[in-house]
Design a protein around this ligand. Structure first.
Ligand SMILES: Nc1ncnc2c1ncn2[C@@H]1O[C@H](COP(=O)(O)OP(=O)(O)OP(=O)(O)O)[C@@H](O)[C@H]1O
Length: 261
């Protein structure tokens, strides 16, 4: 049984996801304007910027939840500008949290089992073979251990703390084994302890895959991300390492300006 998404052709360090001239207008207002973005395979890449900068809109464009007004998006050498979100997920570009709905009254183990059965349509056939079922359970426990939830495997999702629920959501996304994972504010609403745990988890799952995340918490970005793209008013303001962009006077000004708005 393989739940794995297609393996990417892009080698580590090569561009795996890119946008050119990406633009999104809402009723004539340009939320995203002419964005060129390259995400390299094997990196953790952050999209940051002050409130209203267009981060979530770019995220929704890249994951195909929005259609662009103009521009193109390429994933692993393939033009996905007109490809739907389910198809891009199948190609290996998977957005965490929104796609991986957690069933509150199923246990952690059953939630991960369901996620594992989804891609291969095993829900209708797994009962046929005990061997298949055993393999499914073994893989589910591996994923649960990978996100440090082994001690909660038999708890219902609803009983988990917020940080642990996020870890479960990550496990259900990992069930698809996506080469590229996108996170929209993974640390939102978390306390310091959970932020530390989820950061460590994202760093671990980033080994051997590509991660693009929208994140407000700049110390998380500084700690975790290899590459940072700063957006302001729908346009790219600066790109590079965290050290580079944080030293950029335009970035400082954009953040300061937003505090006074
Ligand atoms: N569906 C929509 N209809 C109209 N305007 C929208 C829509 N979605 C976003 N916008 C506008 O586009 C701009 C960019 O919004 P977006 O949510 O992408 O920014 P953001 O950088 O993610 O902000 P935040 O950090 O506050 O979440 C904002 O001015 C917002 O009001």
């Amino acid at each position: 049984m393989s739940a794995a998404a297609a393996s990417p052709a892009a080698a580590r360090g090569e561009v795996i996801l890119s946008a050119r001239g990406l633009t999104k207008e809402f009723f004539g207002f340009k939320a995203v304007s002419n964005v060129d973005l390259d995400v390299r395979s094997g990196t953790i890449h952050a999209l940051i910027g002050p409130n209203g900068a267009g981060k979530t809109t770019v995220f929704n464009l890249l994951t195909k939840f929005f259609a662009p007004t103009a521009g193109t998006i390429t994933f692993d050498g393939r033009d996905i500008t007109r490809t739907g979100p389910a198809e891009v997920a199948r190609l290996g570009l998977v957005r965490s949290f929104q796609i991986s709905a957690v069933f509150p009254h199923l246990t952690v183990l059953d939630n991960v089992r369901v996620a594992l059965q989804r891609p291969a349509n095993l829900a209708t056939q797994f009962w046929r073979s005990n061997r298949l079922l055993d393999r499914l359970d073994a893989r589910a426990m591996e994923l649960i251990e990978a996100v440090n939830l082994a001690d909660s495997a038999h708890l219902q999702a609803v009983e988990l703390s917020y940080g642990r629920k996020r870890a479960l959501e990550i496990a259900t996304t990992l069930a698809l084994d996506p080469p590229v994972m996108l996170f929209d504010e993974p640390m939102a609403g978390m306390g310091a302890e959970d932020i530390g745990r989820i950061s460590a988890l994202i760093r671990r799952i980033g080994e051997g895959r590509t991660i693009l995340m929208v994140e407000h918490n700049l110390s998380v970005v500084a700690d975790l991300c290899d590459e940072v793209t700063v957006l302001a008013r729908g346009e790219i303001l600066s790109q590079g390492s965290y050290a580079t962009v944080s030293a950029d006077p335009r970035v400082k000004e954009a953040y300061l300006g937003s505090e006074h708005e």
